[in-house]
Design a protein around this ligand. Structure first.
Ligand SMILES: [Zn+2]
Length: 65
């Protein structure tokens, strides 16, 4: 699992805001609620590249929590 301390250090590369760890269907992502972007985590390594991230719909459940 991703190190909690590492998680605290990570910010969204777009807005520098906080990220929230989300787990759906066995997949982990780091969600920026401000930008509605979900960054992938591959092999416990966050991929902090906007071009590799997926954009969430305004009503995506990941944004509701
Ligand atoms: Zn952001």
């Amino acid at each position: 699992m991703l190190d909690k301390h590492l998680l605290d250090l990570l910010v969204c590369p777009v807005c520098k805001g906080p990220l929230r760890l989300a787990q759906t269907e066995g997949r982990s992502e780091l969600v920026c609620r401000a930008d509605r972007i979900a960054y992938a985590i591959r092999d416990d390594i966050p991929v902090m590249l906007p071009e590799e991230a997926r954009t969430l719909a305004a009503d995506d459940p990941l944004l509701q929590r």
